[in-house]
Design a protein around this ligand. Structure first.
Ligand code: DGL
Length: 270
């Protein structure tokens, strides 16, 4: 049955799990196929052409598994590859930047919005473009935080080192009097308590990935693609190009799944 096909999620590593977590909460009937390109993470500092190539490799891998919808659960990949992939493949494709921008505009009262993301995302200017296209008066201050992803991938996101790095990196944004801050990298919600603490409780944090699931839900309705089968256990399959153990440690804790199967695959890259 077409509707029982899984939803595919791709990211450079474990970041997209923050999007999957929200999918499991809002859409518990859906089967999930996830691919994290951990062996080549981070994507943030890589040239756009390379990120596009890697994103296509991940996309082709999941298309062969017969997914019904693709979520590019990575801001860096969304910034450079979403439009091309959307126009080329014949299933719905969603990125994380438009939903995040929309949520920020909805949340902000002062129109002073911050964006934190990888070097690639910040360099692309995608969030500024989205925000200003819709609300030209928005003040946007963007900051690349290249040290955050390695902290998360090495499972140190609760450590005192993480606190120090986050606090030091975000210092320039604290002077900007922002009322809303977009976590424009799907890895960052794992650092959320620290980011919130550093920015102050009054700043509204936007989790772009989680916002994306609202759009996924809308698209499933629109295309009549919802899976209404109430099976006792839903299949959630995880692939990584890196170490399954490392991936599993983070994923089982974050998603609260004990028997999580993680399979290593090769995408034929580096
Ligand atoms: N999680 C990704 C993002 O949302 C990419 C992190 C990286 O590989 O640099 O941008």
């Amino acid at each position: 049955m077409a509707n029982e096909r899984p939803i595919g999620f791709i990211d450079s590593g474990v970041g997209g799990l923050t999007v999957v977590k929200e999918a499991m909460r809002q859409l518990p009937n859906e089967e999930i196929l996830y691919l994290g390109d951990t062996a080549r993470c981070p994507y943030g500092p890589r040239p756009a052409e390379q990120v596009i190539e890697f994103t296509w490799q991940m996309t082709r891998f999941l298309l062969k598994k017969n997914i019904k919808l693709l979520v590019i659960a990575c801001n860096t990949a969304t910034a450079v590859a979403l439009e091309e992939i959307k126009q080329t493949i014949d299933i719905p494709v969603i990125g994380v930047i438009q939903p995040g921008s929309r949520a920020a505009l909805k949340a902000s009262e002062t129109g002073r919005v911050g964006v934190i993301g990888t070097l690639g995302t910040v360099k692309s200017g995608s969030y500024e473009n989205e925000l200003r296209k819709k609300a030209p008066e928005t003040y946007v201050s963007s900051l690349a935080c290249p040290k955050f992803v390695p902290i998360v991938e090495s499972n140190q996101f609760n450590s005192s080192v993480a606190k120090k790095i986050v606090s030091h990196t975000l210092a320039p944004l604290k002077r900007e009097k922002l009322d809303t801050l977009i976590m424009g990298c799907t890895h960052y919600p794992l650092l959320r308590p620290i980011i919130q603490n550093v920015m102050g409780q009054e700043v509204i944090l936007i989790d772009s990935g989680a916002e994306t699931i609202n759009d996924v839900s809308t698209l499933l309705d629109y295309f009549n693609l919802n899976n209404y089968q109430h099976a006792a256990t839903k299949s959630r399959i995880f692939y990584t190009t890196g170490s399954p153990k490392m991936f599993k440690d983070i994923a089982s804790e974050w998603l609260n799944i004990r028997d999580l199967a993680v399979t290593h695959i090769d995408l034929g890259g580096e």
